[in-house]
Design a protein around this ligand. Sequence first.
Ligand code: FAD
Length: 478
Amino acid sequence: GAALVWFRRDLRLADNPALHAAIETGRPLILVFIDQRDRALGTAPGEAADWWLHGSLASLARDITAAGGRLSLLRGDPAELIPGLAREHGIAEVFWNRSGEPGIDVRDRTIAATLQGSGTKPHAFAGTTLINPDALLTGSGTPYKVFGAFWRAALRDLAPRPSLPVPQRLPMAATLPAGAALEDWRLRPANPDWAQGFHDRWQPGEAGAAQRLERFLDDALDDYADGRDRPDKPGTSMLSPHLGFGEISPRQVWHSVQARLAAGTGFQAAERFLAEIGWREFAYYLLHHFDDLRTANFNRNFDHFSWRSDADGLAAWQAGQTGIPMVDAGVRQLWATGWMHNRVRMVCASFLVKHLRCDWRDGMAWFEHTLIDADRAVNAASWQWVAGSGADAAPYFRIFNPVRQGERFDPEGRYVQQWVPELARLPLRWIHQPWKAPAITRQTAGLKLGAGYPFPVCDLAAGRDAALAAYKDMKTVS
Ligand code: FAD
């Protein structure tokens, strides 16, 4: 019988435990990817992530073909498709990597049981994260809720095994499922092609991921501790969509960084960078142990918080038309490239949930729709972190001032100039707060507030006071 490998968000050949184990059996292979289109399970991504998926599958299919194999693209409910394939193609064993998402893992266990019942052996592997969430608990057997303690405990035992090699040859079964042509799935926008700006910036797939990592280690790692906060500079790895689609594993990243450390790269920078990989681990860990992380406030006191339903404010925020330059620059970077710098994600999210007092779940949903790196665990954990409702969250009363953030982290105004060209000719002194510029200065810079660029949708001081008052009310109730 054949061995079936079910690819999911692990679109790579190297360090792929499921693929590796299937090859080790010596059986002929059947390689499938199933497009599930199930919004309830969150397995149908937003359109930006769809754009990425297209490129990632194209790349994986090419790499598989180069190794003598073939990837079959199927669409439907895996709970029916996988057992069906097993029957039709006389499959002896099925291999996949666990997703790390509770809802999906539960479904997969049902599939495993069905397979077992009909004499096919299922095998699920850990491939998404470094840490086994069930094995890492506090002394009293409960999950960690504070990142520092979590990561220290994780690092004590963390000894990732070496990355698995790229298979050289993929011997295929004699008959393969027919499958669709990737183009027929129409994952990329055609008319209009709003993803123009994505093409120049990203190379989805395993080779693109490896290049991105190498370039980061060569050019930016040493300065990461400071560089990571500067949205006007290429100071971070931009690996998030690659990690999200599993084109590179956290284990591969880990070992590459360790190799640089051994070669004498700045120790603190590496530690800082690996801690960000740690935050990704923490997000998956939280979702594993608290499976309503995406829908419910981790800190239940926030159930009493008076979110406003501000449709106009939300729409202005989504359009990058709030009149607050750092916020608009971030949202426009997101529209144009499918990605936003982490510092600016925090500024944008904080403005939405604090100054505008919109529910973090609205912001989360919008990010999920527009980010190429939309990740159900990380996105939820990050929004709750900013909103103050999360595990080990930023305290609610610490409210980012987007003007101050701009002056500090975009000190030359270049990030705003790039993404909000309406403001490009404004002197640096005003670029983060154009409404304060004298009329004559605005005129000289060709800026018409209210016509070319909006007035702020909310007065920053008043918005801040209202947020603090709402927080105080919440604490009185809860
Ligand atoms: P680097 O700084 O190079 O970090 C390396 C890797 O570490 C990242 O690729 C990512 O996998 C992980 N990482 C970095 N920062 C964080 C963090 N704060 N939390 C968890 N993991 C992190 N990241 C996503 O991948 N998907 C999301 O949907 C997502 N939503 C977010 C929503 C909000 C409101 C905020 C504040 C952050 C969100 N992040 C999300 C986290 C972070 O902004 C991105 O991972 C990061 O900007 C990606 O850029 P990079 O790869 O250059 O990061």
